[in-house]
Write a protein that binds this ligand. Structure first.
Ligand SMILES: O=C(O)/C=C/c1cccc(O)c1O
Ligand SMILES: [Fe+2]
Length: 314
């Protein structure tokens, strides 16, 4: 048994930004991605578990669980991310569901999970594609309020980690998303009726509707980078504290993160760090761990407090 972890912010602006970050910033992001790519290649996992949010591409308010395991999954190909089937390990996926349920975690499942850039970008970054390794995708709600208390995410991550630690496999757990950020993803409370309909069941929009949505985010990012957008600022102090909590090994610290305060201090999409909480809790379930790589900087052009970490059990 061995467990390792990679956590990384994602951003659709990585490949689409109209106003990209400076060459120096981009070089630091590329160096961080190279570091975790090398880490993953050296570890050579036999099984990958990716905790990822969704941005109203696969999971909607018509039935919105706090988390769900994909027993089969397909990339929908937003923002140029890879479309097509992931190589899901169905046996391990189902065993994770069963194990979590026996551990009093109300794990849900999908036999037809659709995933977006949130799940796909880390697989592309680490393995060059979405079908390179056997994978279990675990959706973790990070954008659609209301949110369960963080202790429930920790319990879910721990249950998944307990199962993974029992295997004779090299398992890499991945967390995708965060940190502080407030991209123009619609919110139920403020969305007009027509947008709300799409939040309830907006699967498979027309090419024109998808293009319009992506354009709004790409233009919003350029406006944010120019200091002209009415979205919350990034919060590097909050991000650094959160990453220090991740590195501490004391995963009970996550329980202090309260949903409304997170939104207020770190933006509506800061809830994507729930994937980090799940992944670090899974890692901790396998024993004490050490952080082997860390990178952070706020990148307005990507609308992201951009963080990357690698860790493994001692
Ligand atoms: O438009 C979306 O679906 C997502 C936008 C976005 C922008 C920046 C950082 C993120 O994590 C996002 O999901
Ligand atoms: Fe996101």
């Amino acid at each position: 048994m061995s467990l390792a972890l990679v956590a990384m912010s994602h951003s659709p602006l990585l490949h689409t930004a109209e106003l990209p970050p400076s060459d120096a910033v981009r070089a630091r992001v590329d160096a961080a991605f190279a570091a975790i790519h090398d880490f993953a290649r050296a570890y050579d996992p036999t099984l990958v578990v990716v905790f990822a949010p969704d941005h109203y591409n696969g999971v909607f308010y018509d039935m919105l669980p706090p988390f769900a395991v994909g027993l089969a999954a397909t990339g929908i190909g937003d923002y140029g991310s890879t479309a097509g089937p992931l190589s899901v390990d169905e046996d391990h996926a189902l065993a994770i569901v069963r194990h979590a349920q026996q551990a009093d975690v109300d794990m849900t499942l999908s036999r037809r999970l659709e995933v977006d850039h949130g799940a796909v970008q880390p697989l592309e970054t680490l393995f060059g594609g979405i079908d390179a390794r056997p994978v279990v995708p675990v959706f973790v709600n990070g954008v659609a309020a209301p949110f369960v208390p963080m202790r429930r995410i920790r319990a879910m991550g721990q249950a998944v980690g307990d199962y993974l630690a029992s295997l004779d496999e090299r398992v890499l757990v991945i967390a995708s998303g965060g940190l502080s950020h407030d991209p123009p993803v619609p919110q139920w409370d403020t969305a007009p009726e027509a947008v709300r309909a799409g939040l309830i069941d907006g699967r498979h929009p027309s090419a024109e509707a998808r293009e319009a949505r992506q354009r709004r985010v790409i233009e919003g990012a350029a406006a944010f980078a120019r200091g002209e957008a009415a979205i919350r600022d990034l919060n590097p102090g909050w991000d650094r504290t959160f990453m220090a909590d991740c590195a501490s090994g004391d995963v009970a610290r996550f329980d202090a993160y309260e949903a409304d305060a997170m939104t207020e201090e770190a933006g509506h999409s800061s809830h994507e760090v729930r994937t980090w909480v799940a992944a670090f809790s899974a890692l901790a379930a396998a024993g004490p761990y050490e952080t082997t790589y860390e990178y952070y900087e706020p990148i307005p052009e990507y609308i992201a407090g951009f963080g990357v970490m690698a860790a493994r059990t001692r």
